[in-house]
Design a protein around this ligand. Structure first.
Ligand code: TYD
Length: 221
């Protein structure tokens, strides 16, 4: 039996973490072997990189888009080698919060050309693709409002406000890039409206995940 690689993508505040938790709990209740991880930050190196990437405003220096890109890819390379590939080799179901599509959407919106991403993918991904990408789609006006409420509840010192301070315009471009990816890869990407009630979003995700797991030989009935 082969492992199954599922990624979850979307703008901040689209409900990725909630849905990832629900999906992983459902799979565990079914007794299936699940590994849950995220980018950036799925390894010890990744957690250091994540801290840098999310707190970089502290240094006051503007990073060039390529420097930022390479840090995300350093995180990804380590994550693939030490977490994702080994888990897939052990026939696990690997659920990852953000992956390559986030780089295409965010760093693409920051001006990194597609050709640079393609070349890095040749080195780091080496042909590995998610079997399914759950893409939670939401307008940034709504999603950033959710993020504001969340960050207020966590207190103003919360480091992960760094990306949320970017302009609404940036987030609109990020969302459009996600939509273009979904259009380009309709078989891999399940585009799911994230404004719907949480239970409904969960059900829409399951409609896509269950047949994939069944076809990979996992019992989900
Ligand atoms: P995170 O707190 O994980 O955001 P969220 O909870 O919304 O997923 O922060 C990850 C941030 O990093 C998010 O703003 C998206 C950004 N990011 C990139 O810009 N490029 C990437 O390749 C990845 C994986 C994330």
């Amino acid at each position: 039996m082969q492992g199954v690689f599922i990624t979850i993508e979307g703008v901040e505040g689209s409900g990725k973490s909630t849905q990832l938790l629900r999906l992983s709990e459902r799979l565990r209740r079914l007794g299936l072997p699940v590994v849950v991880s995220k980018e950036p930050g799925g390894t010890a190196l990744g957690r250091e990189l994540r801290r840098l990437l999310l707190e970089r405003h502290v240094s006051g220096e503007t990073w060039c888009p390529e420097a930022e890109l390479l840090l995300f890819y350093a995180d990804r390379a380590q994550h693939l080698e030490t977490v994702i590939r080994p888990a897939l080799a052990e026939a696990k179901i690997v659920l990852v919060d953000r992956f390559e599509d986030s780089t295409r959407a965010y760093q693409g919106a920051s001006g990194v050309p597609e050709s640079s991403l393609d070349r890095l993918n040749d080195v780091v991904l080496r042909g590995l693709k998610p079997h399914l990408t759950v893409m939670l789609d939401m307008d940034p006006e709504g999603s950033l409002q959710r993020v504001e409420v969340r960050n207020l509840a966590l207190g103003s010192e919360y480091a992960e406000t760094r990306f949320d301070e970017a302009t609404l315009d940036f987030h609109r471009r990020v969302r459009n890039r996600f939509l273009i990816i979904a259009q380009k890869h309709p078989n891999r990407v399940a585009l799911i409206p994230a404004r719907n009630p949480v239970d409904q979003v969960e059900a829409s995700i399951w409609v896509r995940v269950a047949p994939l797991l069944r076809s990979a030989g996992f019992g989900v009935d």
